[in-house]
Write a protein that binds this ligand. Structure first.
Ligand code: RB5
Length: 150
């Protein structure tokens, strides 16, 4: 685990079941998290859950976010509108690893209707265990974050 403070978890109804199963995985690994909802499979709007989880990351109350919706796409679009968030919607192991190595991602977005629970665990493990490489990638991150000021 390369992150220090708790992870922020959030989901809409499309990602609720996946979030619940990932909570068990994090608990088994002893990784602390804060759950920003949703708390059932009833239909809700994913921006309402993405925003508070991402704000907790930006404030430093949580170190990174794991956001689940049906595709992971809506959550990633919302997350990337929050200043300071670098979110990646992933359904493959290579991207989950390299969005940490090269992009220093601080939010992982998963589709509860796209990835199964076991693959999602693998993606989360890669995400939380892989350090940022820095070096030439830091310059690129700096340029990326400067886009927020335009
Ligand atoms: C909800 O039906 C669905 O649109 C949402 O979970 C997500 O997939 C949006 O990107």
């Amino acid at each position: 685990m390369v992150f220090e403070s708790p992870l922020a978890l959030a989901a809409d109804h499309g990602g609720f079941e996946l979030k619940e199963s990932l909570k068990k995985h994090l608990e088994a690994r002893g990784i602390p998290y804060r759950d920003f909802g949703t708390d059932s499979a009833a239909s809700v709007d994913y921006p309402d859950y993405a925003l508070p989880a991402c704000q907790a990351v930006v404030r430093g109350e949580c170190s990174a976010a794991i956001l689940c919706c049906g595709t992971g796409v809506g959550m990633s679009m919302c997350a990337n509108k929050v200043k300071g968030i670098r979110a990646c919607c992933c359904s493959d192991a290579f991207s989950a690893e390299f969005t940490r190595r090269h992009n220093n991602a601080n939010a992982l977005c998963l589709g509860g209707r796209v990835v199964g629970a076991v693959l999602a665990e693998t993606l989360v493990d890669l995400f939380v265990d892989t350090p940022f490489e820095g070096g030439r990638h830091q310059n690129r991150i700096d340029k990326m974050m400067a886009i927020e000021t335009l």
